[in-house]
Design a protein. Structure first.
Length: 250
């Protein structure tokens, strides 16, 4: 797949999504440049996670357009059609979703081997390097139940990286963790950002967003209320809804 360097890697234009009669997204437009880090913040129920699920085609949209590289996501209607997109766009969820009866190494290698048809030896070598990247060397033969929550989440990040994506979507990946485990997971995300991986994060970790993001989007009730660089958004918010939100969470 060719990617044009002159346009954003991800573009959403006037995206609307309803579940029954409830409209969750009410005309969302945003763009993400290749190699940048974007954080989406906002109160619960504001549509943040739905944005991520629309980007990688987990849920279909009602109207609008979503482009990731050369993929027009809203036109991909089948699981088979979505496979090439999922190769480019990996997602890490709040719940780790690891296969409990598979070892760490098996969790990392299953999709590249079975879905992408890659050479098993090369995939295992890559998986070992990824485990080192997320600071879990030596855990190859462990099962998820033998790991802490923070370790399981780092395995989930390594599994996402094993598909060699262009972008990783992080959906509140620290929300289910004990406080002492949050920093180890954020450390891995921080390293990915420094390495130039395109990252889109839904997060409640405001200080982390302030530190790593190139741009922050604040959503409320299905719309993007305000967006900009973190230095502006956090220190000089212009919309009263954002000011009120930051007063509560900072």
């Amino acid at each position: 797949m060719t990617l044009s360097g002159s346009r954003p890697l991800i573009e959403m234009r006037d995206v609307r999504k309803s579940f029954g009669t409830y409209e969750v997204l009410k005309g969302i437009s945003l763009s993400v440049n290749d190699g940048s880090v974007v954080c989406i913040i906002g109160p619960s129920g504001s549509g943040k996670s739905t944005v991520l699920r629309c980007i990688n085609g987990l849920i279909p949209i009602n109207s609008g357009t979503i482009r990731v590289g050369d993929f027009a996501v809203e036109t991909l209607k089948s699981d088979k059609a979505l496979i090439p997109l999922r190769h480019q766009v990996s997602m890490v969820f709040q719940q780790y979703n690891l296969f409990p009866h598979r070892t760490v190494m098996q969790n990392l290698t299953m999709a590249p081997i079975q879905v992408l048809g890659e050479d098993p030896r090369k995939v295992r070598d890559r998986a070992a390097a990824l485990l080192a990247k997320v600071r879990l060397t030596g855990k190859e033969n462990a099962y998820p139940g033998e790991l802490s929550g923070g370790q399981q989440q780092r395995v989930a990040i390594a599994r996402a990286l094993a598909m060699e994506p262009r972008v990783i979507l992080f959906d509140e990946v620290t929300a289910a963790l004990d406080p002492e485990m949050v920093s180890e997971v954020l450390g891995v995300v921080r390293d990915l950002a420094r390495d130039g991986m395109t990252c889109v994060l839904v997060t409640h970790e405001m200080r982390f967003a302030e530190e790593v993001a190139d741009e922050v989007f604040f959503t409320d009730r299905g719309v993007i209320v305000e967006h900009g660089p973190p230095a502006t958004l956090f220190k000089s918010p212009s919309d009263p809804r954002l000011k009120d939100f930051l007063d509560k969470v900072l």
